[in-house]
Design a protein. Structure first.
Length: 239
């Protein structure tokens, strides 16, 4: 009994420390990220991206907000499965960085996507569908976004999705497997539709402008990683 309490206390302490570290580092690392990571291919970074002391996102209040989120996620996951908690929090951290980049600069750094794909190796023991579930998830994620991109090109006669969105969904499929990537697709599509409808009703939607999709995808993926990772896709949609 005493040993169980000790393990719980240690887990809580580590989760809090890790959450604070992840929350603060999310702001620090984004502000120090190489400017070329946040530019389209062939373009040079502007003064804001190159300035060594300019904050791309403010430390206050964001480091406190992010720290609180990571602490809560770390405590929940750490008490359930410490090994899963480590890789899930790393993935959430990378998704947060990509969401900020897309929201602020309409770019998804390839370097962060590559790191997320590397993190996908750590999810292999936690997939419900066996060791190749990640590969199948990556294939499905790629296929879904590619089809949407092609249909959008045909209907709107312009690129409906960026290459970063497709690559991100492929990397997420590698991390989450088949059930996970399908669940994220459903949640992110529903969330973005509701938000855009709300903006349209308030006449704040720019129909001709581009909208960042990664914040919706990252939020849905984080929810799946932290809350819904043990549920199958069929359970999630109520079939």
């Amino acid at each position: 009994m005493i040993a169980d309490y000790a393990v719980t206390i240690v887990t809580l302490v580590v989760a809090v420390a890790a959450g604070i570290l992840l929350g603060n580092s999310a702001v620090y690392c984004f502000n120090k990220m190489p400017g070329r990571w946040l530019c389209d291919y062939g373009k040079e970074p502007d003064e804001e991206l190159l300035h060594p002391s300019r904050q791309r996102i403010k430390s206050t209040p964001w480091k406190y907000c992010f720290s609180c989120l990571f602490v809560m996620a770390g405590i929940k996951l750490g008490l359930e499965d410490p090994l899963y908690a480590v890789i899930a929090l790393i993935a959430c951290w990378l998704l947060l960085e990509m969401a900020i980049a897309d929201l602020k600069y309409m770019i998804v750094p390839d370097q962060l996507i590559a790191l997320l794909m590397v993190a996908g190796v750590g999810f292999v023991p936690h997939h419900n569908g066996g060791p190749f579930a990640g590969v199948k998830g990556a294939a499905i994620g790629f296929a879904i976004m590619l089809i949407i991109g092609i249909l959008g090109k045909i209907i709107y006669r312009k690129d409906a999705l960026g290459g970063g969105d497709i690559k991100l969904f492929t990397a997420l499929g590698l991390c989450l497997g088949v059930d996970g990537i399908l669940a994220v697709f459903v949640m992110s599509t529903f969330t973005s539709a509701v938000h855009l409808s709300f903006l349209a009703i308030r006449k704040q939607l720019d129909y001709k402008g581009e909208r960042p999709l990664v914040p919706y995808i990252s939020a849905a993926a984080a929810i799946y990683l932290v809350i819904l990772h043990e549920m199958s896709y069929n359970v999630l949609i109520g079939l």
